[in-house]
Design a protein around this ligand. Structure first.
Ligand SMILES: Cc1cc2nc3c(=O)[nH]c(=O)nc-3n(C[C@H](O)[C@H](O)[C@H](O)COP(=O)(O)O)c2cc1C
Length: 323
């Protein structure tokens, strides 16, 4: 399971693991926030015994601050490895010379990786994009080689440029070129939305593994489905509405049980999660309207219980009003 900021909380990871995810990440963690013991950090690294193996990803730009942050992080959670984010396209991150900015500053990236890999007892990895705007394959290969030479033990490569954001074609050829050039494992990321696309990533690039990202939103079955398809070519049937409702209710239960987000934000977050599971159903827009009016976990559960298929096709959706 890929790192997804604001998504891959403990509840999300437990659901992913139940359906076959082999390893999960916390969402990206800010190195400055960690070094200043920002109270929000504790919420982001909340874990339990069952939530293993888990990895963490740091975003930052200063090698010494990153090391300090990594050491704090390792005192808070038992992580398998630490990833350096060199892929985040958010303007506020790039402005601080972090995230995808590091694609344009291989020397800084190399220093960060060297500092971490030579001082930490766990493996250090890096998540790259294929390019910043306009940089070609030659630069991507240089960046990948610098990562390897600076101590990265795996490269996670999102096959899109920074200017592409999350849209557009995945550049399988560049992932393959990086895989062929490196000795360390290379994982492909991008458009892993179903088992066929997962196989395509392996076939086109020869990569050692894949990261499932948006394909897992409201679809924890994707991990099991990919594994089965890769083993025997069987395409799993789409889960029935009753199966989706059951999984969604479990996911919400786990949020209610474990999430440390403030009660005022909890209902809104649960509504977002519910829409991941329910989108694509007939009448999804009416369901969304209903969910927008929800004020509590209990109300949301009631709304989900009331969603039924009529005539095998149409949904009946309970409408919730507030005075
Ligand atoms: C909501 C969201 C949050 C993300 N957060 C992170 C993150 O914290 N760290 C990271 O390296 N990539 C992050 N990504 C990128 C994903 O890990 C992944 O590389 C990207 O979505 C491409 O995969 P996909 O096309 O299969 O979704 C995020 C993507 C999305 C959509």
């Amino acid at each position: 399971m890929a790192p997804l900021s604001g998504v891959t909380d403990l509840a999300f990871r437990l659901m992913s693991r139940e359906f076959g995810a082999k390893l999960c990440f916390f969402g990206m963690l800010d190195s400055n926030a960690l070094t200043h013991s920002h109270p929000g950090t504790k919420r982001l690294v909340k874990t339990i015994k069952k939530d293993s193996p888990v990895a963490a990803q740091l975003v930052g730009s200063d090698p010494s601050v990153m090391l300090d942050a990594a050491q704090k992080l390792m005192s808070l959670a038992d992580i398998q490895f630490l990833d350096v984010n060199s892929a985040c396209p958010a303007k506020k991150v790039i402005k601080k010379k972090a995230g995808a900015y590091l694609l344009k500053d291989p020397v800084r990236l190399g220093k960060i990786l060297k500092k971490l890999s030579s001082n930490l007892s766990i493996p250090v990895t890096v998540k790259l994009r294929t390019a910043f705007n306009g940089i070609g394959l030659k630069d991507t290969l240089k960046l990948a080689r610098i990562s390897q030479d600076s101590g990265a033990s795996t490269v996670f490569l999102h096959g899109r440029t920074v200017s592409q954001g999350y849209a557009g074609d995945v550049d399988y050829a560049s992932i393959k070129a990086v895989k062929d050039a490196l000795k360390i494992p290379v994982f492909g990321s991008g458009n892993i939305f179903d088992p066929v696309l997962a196989k395509k990533m392996f076939d086109e690039t020869g990569c050692d593994g894949i990261l499932v990202a948006r394909g897992a939103l409201g679809n924890p079955w994707i991990f099991r489905d990919i594994e089965r398809y890769l083993k025997n070519g069987n395409i799993a049937k789409k889960p029935a509405l009753s199966v989706k409702k059951k999984a969604l209710k479990k996911h919400l239960f786990l949020i209610d049980k474990y999430s440390l987000i403030s009660p005022s934000h909890k209902a809104g977050f649960m509504g977002k999660v519910a829409m991941w599971y329910l989108k694509g159903l007939p009448d999804a827009s009416r369901i969304r309207d209903g969910i927008c009016r929800i004020k509590s976990y209990k109300e949301l559960n009631g709304l989900i219980d009331g969603i039924r298929l009529r005539d095998g096709r149409h949904l009946s959706v309970p409408v919730i009003f507030h005075r």
